[in-house]
Design a binder for this molecule. Structure first.
Ligand code: GLV
Ligand code: MN
Ligand code: MN
Length: 408
């Protein structure tokens, strides 16, 4: 039996970002695979049956595999420069919750199967589409589209999947495994300040705001930085930068609560003395009203077309992923409130595999307080006492959902 704190300590040095503080754990990289091996080792040490499915999701059966299972888990990949807890807290807490249930004698009382699951490429930092594993198993993304996705080095998901032992012909909707999940519960570090303000360690999730990612490409004329007069340029970097600079005002003009972010750009070919021939940026837009997400996208696209037209730069926009606003299962949440009466209800501005699964199986989330309120950055944090409070809440919730007699 291990404490959640010591489980997280075991992987604290895996995938540290060589460029500075934080982590670099891209989906399907050797780092993420090392973390998955760590999970498999911990699961096997507890006597759990482990299987990796056709989509790279790792399952660990606490009981014999079966229908109508209660499943809990999260992910082990990170955004570039990510924090320690986004994903791993849910995985380590799942293992620790099993230990807790065993120590309390509650495992024998379960009358539904129980399993842990680790989803690959949740952040979409490598192939561009967030929650790739849960989108694949549910069929939310077509296998052909997924297999054709490319990483920053131009390698397709099909190539990488083969390399890590998946069969590209079998990647995609997996009705059999999906139908085994009777309830899915994901514990996650909070990625904002909600619990700090309320003064509670654990919350129950109500919904995930609608969000999407779009790739904007600005195509201009590559040229010589010294010989091309300023008036004779079609510079995509100038056009793209003007659009990025206009985003806060454009978004505020549509809806004060909408958020839109450009966190990644690529200049081609990328030389100090070269006017670029193209610039790509990725735009992330979020709002609880899906209509507002669309309105923000249209307003930014229109501004980009105007700026491109003025500067002789061609602008194209393509959608990389989209998730409508998702409300978690209300009956499941009421049961959770019965077990965790002190826990407030919070919505999430961040995406999660539970949000994708919610369209197919009763799903819910628990959030654990983050004292900095910062996430997707090295300052993300979670106090040890709160980690333990999260495990207790998860164990009680799993015991309740899987039908153990006692959950206190
Ligand atoms: C994932 O954490 C996301 O919300 O982008
Ligand atoms: Mn996450
Ligand atoms: Mn994240």
């Amino acid at each position: 039996m291990s404490d959640v704190v010591s489980l997280l300590n075991d992987i604290r040095d895996v995938g540290r970002d060589p460029r500075g503080p934080g982590y670099m754990r891209p989906g399907f990289s050797s780092t993420e695979l090392n973390l998955r091996e760590w999970f498999v080792g911990e699961a096997q040490a507890r006597g759990l049956d482990v299987e990796i499915d056709h989509n790279g999701i790792t399952w660990a059966w606490v009981t014999a595999p079966g229908e109508n299972a209660v499943v809990t888990g999260s992910h082990l990949d990170s955004v570039p420069g990510g924090g320690e807890f986004d994903g791993p807290l849910g995985v380590a807490s799942a293992l620790a919750a099993v230990d807790q249930l065993k120590a309390d004698g509650r495992l024998e009382q379960l009358n539904r199967p129980l399993a842990l699951a680790v989803f690959p490429e949740e952040e979409g930092s490598r192939f561009g589409v967030a929650c790739l594993g849960s989108r694949l198993i549910t069929g939310v993304i077509e296998p052909d589209r997924a297999l054709g996705l490319k990483d920053a080095e131009g390698r397709t998901f099909a190539e990488v999947a083969s390399e890590v032992g998946l069969n590209p012909d079998l990647v995609g909707k997996d009705k059999e495994r999906l139908s085994r999940i009777g309830s899915f519960l994901e514990l996650h570090v909070e990625q904002g300040v909600g619990l700090i303000d309320i003064g509670q360690p654990v919350a129950i999730g109500s919904s995930i705001v609608g969000h999407g990612r779009w790739r904007f490409t600005f195509a201009g004329q590559g040229n010589h930085a010294g010989t091309t007069p300023m008036t004779k340029r079609a510079d995509p970097v100038v056009a793209g930068s003007q659009v990025i600079g206009a985003i806060p005002a454009v978004v505020a003009g549509v809806d004060g609560k909408a958020v839109a972010t450009v966190g990644r750009t690529i200049l081609h070919p990328g030389g100090t003395n070269v006017i670029a021939s193209s610039m790509d940026f990725w735009l992330d837009i979020r709002h609880p009203d899906d209509g507002v997400v669309g309105a923000v996208l249209r307003a930014i696209t229109q501004r980009a077309q105007e700026i491109g037209h003025d500067l002789g730069v061609e602008v194209t926009v393509s959608q990389e992923s989209y998730s409508a606003t998702t409300h978690f299962n209300s009956a499941f949440n009421q049961r959770l409130q019965g077990v965790l009466p002190e826990a407030p209800i919070l919505d999430s501005g961040a995406g999660h595999d539970a949000g994708i699964l919610a369209g197919f199986v009763p799903s819910a989330m628990l959030f654990v307080r983050n004292p900095t309120g910062v996430s997707h950055a090295p300052e993300e944090a979670c106090e040890e006492d709160d980690q333990r409070a999260g495990v207790k809440a998860l164990a009680d919730a799993l015991a309740m959902e899987a039908g153990a007699v006692s959950y206190t």
